[in-house]
Design a protein around this ligand. Structure first.
Ligand code: SF4
Ligand code: MG
Length: 271
């Protein structure tokens, strides 16, 4: 039976505004399938975003949604979770929003291991504002602000999240559509900060500047470069150069922030 997306979409909000070929629609579908697989109650689920093309996603879905300020999604999501720890809290946003402007909020949400699922749509660029380079634009690639090639080294979001303390970190691409919902579902079920990086395409501001002839070419490079994490374990650093390691990169159980905070409140009430 076909999946009933309408059950989760906000009536009257489609068609979406994303450009033809944009990867965000694939991520939206994966997110809804994951939410359905986990059986989340709509009234008990909040989806939070900052600003950017990916951050338009909550506007299309029928949950409690919060479209906030640029880079501040993790901070608002932390507030919701602290006030209502029983809620399922998800964040959706892009690379510029999440790890540039919102980098500080992102690393501290990871450090606290607060129980939320952060879906980071990494399309290597600030799409909405015209294609400026982000900390995820590959070195040497072109953006509107690096027309002769980006001189900066690139953030590895997986390593950043693990280093900051996230207890579940995964990566996939918009080519691997069925893996998107599986990893988001795993992230939702995980207790603690779950980061799922989805590499996706912005044909409008990144693809055309970087000589991709079509979205199909952009998707093909995801297919060709992807290496499942189990296979990557037996490959050398040189062999992994330029590859995209996909799957669950890190998972551990460690104390969750709201539970720790509740203990502090109990101690304070007794004193
Ligand atoms: Fe998607 Fe890029 Fe268009 Fe934004 S500008 S909707 S990221 S293709
Ligand atoms: Mg982006």
């Amino acid at each position: 039976m076909a999946f009933d997306y309408d059950k989760y979409l906000r009536p009257g909000k489609l068609p979406h505004i994303w450009c033809p070929g944009c990867g965000h629609g694939i991520i939206l579908k994966g997110l809804l399938r994951a939410i359905d697989a986990c059986g989340l109650d709509k009234d008990n689920t909040a989806i939070v975003s900052g600003i950017g093309c990916a951050s338009r996603l909550p506007g299309y879905v029928d949950f409690n949604t919060l479209h906030t300020a640029h880079g501040r999604a993790a901070a608002f999501a932390t507030g919701i979770k602290m006030a209502k720890p029983e809620m399922n809290v998800l964040v959706v946003g892009g690379d510029g929003d999440g790890v540039a402007i919102g980098g500080n909020h992102f690393i501290h949400a990871c450090r606290r291991n607060i129980d939320m699922t952060y879906i980071l749509c990494n399309n290597f660029i600030y799409g909405m504002t015209g294609g400026q380079f982000s900390p995820c634009t590959p070195t040497g690639d072109r953006a509107s602000t690096t027309p002769y090639g980006n001189p900066d080294p690139v953030f590895d979001i997986g390593k950043l999240a693990i280093g900051a303390g996230a207890s579940f970190v995964a990566r996939t691409t918009s080519f691997h559509a069925t893996q998107i919902d599986k990893l988001i579902a795993e992230g939702i079920r995980h207790k603690g900060m779950a980061v799922i990086e989805v590499l996706d395409d912005c044909p409008t501001t990144y693809g055309r500047r970087n000589k991709f002839r079509s979205v199909v070419d952009m998707m093909k490079r995801f297919k060709e470069l992807a290496v499942p994490v189990a296979k990557a374990a037996s490959m050398s650093k040189e062999e992994l150069e330029g590859k995209i390691v996909t799957g669950i990169l890190h998972q551990e159980q460690r104390p969750e922030y709201c539970e720790q905070y509740a203990e502090v409140v109990k101690r304070a009430q007794k004193s």
